[in-house]
Write a protein that binds this ligand. Structure first.
Ligand code: SF4
Length: 393
């Protein structure tokens, strides 16, 4: 098989649907947030924050699955007391999520958290404390996320909009709080205007994007269980990211937070906003299929799990249309009549019995990965992708 020959030129980046909206830049610990930086993926721990070991263990799992920034809740004094150890031992930046009690904002800043998320709608007398918060965050050099939420909008603004958390109301609340921080000379601000309805959420972020240059944290709040939440977040984030809006994302699912990271990562990869890693393309199957495509696709996906190189592998149900339909794949199989035609870049390289398809694809994928153009690997690595060839089975 012929491999690409490097000419010393950097590889052309894959096309995106729109350039990123220009924003001011923030540093959340070591992670840059804003238009000069790759879009980061966040999640939030589900453990009791004061259970330090459980929280650090979950942060380790999230980090291993590709999480860039993690948020922890801080509802009680014992949670605030746990923050210094968690912030110190976490391998990724920790954001403290503060509701109700302004005193925890100061605890989180003192604890060394990389940022603090505040919800002005439910922090008592927040506006009157902004000066102190701006001072403390400014002295510590950390950003604040103003996290407005459709379900807990500032009562004054809710009243003004007849009790409805409209996109205009969400945006007004966020920009009002931001203006208070700006009055005190503090502008290290990211904003979110989350709503559980993806249509209202998209509209709110569109309006916000027009009115400010703050980096935006995207989220559909209370999106639902895994299936429903994945669809809602993918649709809403896709609508915004395809217009260049969004600098960091959090998929909210009623599921293991590792799932949130997987979904967020896949959304960004699908839009070429992150380098694509292993991608399995499989046909939907039809009356021509001579093999159980769903099962084969699952087995191939499982067999290649952990292969972290940009490789597109096609699993096709028949030899009639399979290789042609999967011409863009690096590697693939077209099955039929108890056999599998293995093809590389559209060319059939061998035919194997059905029982050997999965094993053969794994071997071929390894072979291709090991001989992959170093420039492709370097570009992937430069964009934050793990370029090492790693197979776990
Ligand atoms: Fe049908 Fe073959 Fe196309 Fe799969 S590859 S959808 S089996 S025609």
């Amino acid at each position: 098989m012929s491999m690409p020959i490097g000419l010393g030129l950097p590889p052309t980046p894959p096309p995106v649907l729109a350039p990123r909206r220009k924003t001011r830049q923030l540093m959340v610990g070591s992670v840059g947030v804003g238009s000069d930086h790759p879009i980061s993926v966040q999640s939030m721990t589900t453990t009791k924050t004061h259970d330090i070991n459980a929280t650090l263990q979950q942060i380790a799992q999230l980090t291993a699955s590709g999480c860039d920034i993690v948020r922890v809740a801080c509802p009680m004094p014992i949670d605030a007391e746990a923050l210094p150890i968690i912030a110190k031992k976490s391998p990724i930046p920790v954001i403290a999520d503060i509701h109700f009690q302004p005193k925890y904002i100061f605890s989180a800043i003192d604890a060394g958290c990389a940022a603090v998320r505040v919800n002005p709608g439910n922090i008592k007398e927040f506006d009157g404390r902004v000066k102190e918060v701006a001072q403390a965050a400014g002295d510590a050099g950390i950003p604040i996320r103003i996290g407005v939420n459709g379900g807990s909008l500032d009562k004054r603004i809710l009243d003004k909009y007849n009790g409805k958390a409209t996109p205009e109301a969400l945006v007004e609340s966020a920009l009002w709080e931001a203006s208070l921080f700006e009055e005190h000379g503090y502008g290290d601000i990211a904003i979110s205007v989350k709503h559980s309805d993806p249509v209202l959420m998209v509209e709110a972020y569109r309006q916000l994007a027009e009115k400010c240059d703050y980096p935006l944290h995207l989220g559909v709040t209370e999106a639902g269980p895994k299936f429903m939440g994945t669809i809602k977040s993918s649709v809403a984030f896709g609508a915004l990211l395809s217009q260049g809006i969004g600098d960091t994302i959090r998929v909210s699912l009623s599921a293991d937070p590792v799932e949130e990271i997987k979904v967020g990562d896949q959304i960004l990869q699908s839009l070429n906003l992150r380098p694509r890693k292993l991608e399995i393309v499989s046909c939907p199957s039809c009356g021509r299929a001579q093999v159980d495509v769903y099962k084969l696709a699952e087995e191939v996906t499982e067999g290649l799990d952990g292969l972290e190189v940009p490789l597109r592998v096609a699993v096709m149900g028949c030899v009639v249309n399979g290789p042609g339909e999967a011409r863009d794949a690096d590697l693939g199989v077209a099955s039929g009549n108890g056999k599998g035609q293995i093809f590389v870049k559209g060319e059939i390289i061998k035919t194997v019995p059905e029982s050997q398809i999965v094993q053969t694809l794994i071997e071929e994928a390894m072979r291709i990965a090991e001989t992959m153009d170093p420039e492709v690997l370097a570009a992937a690595e430069a964009s934050g992708m793990k370029a090492e060839v790693k197979v776990t089975r």
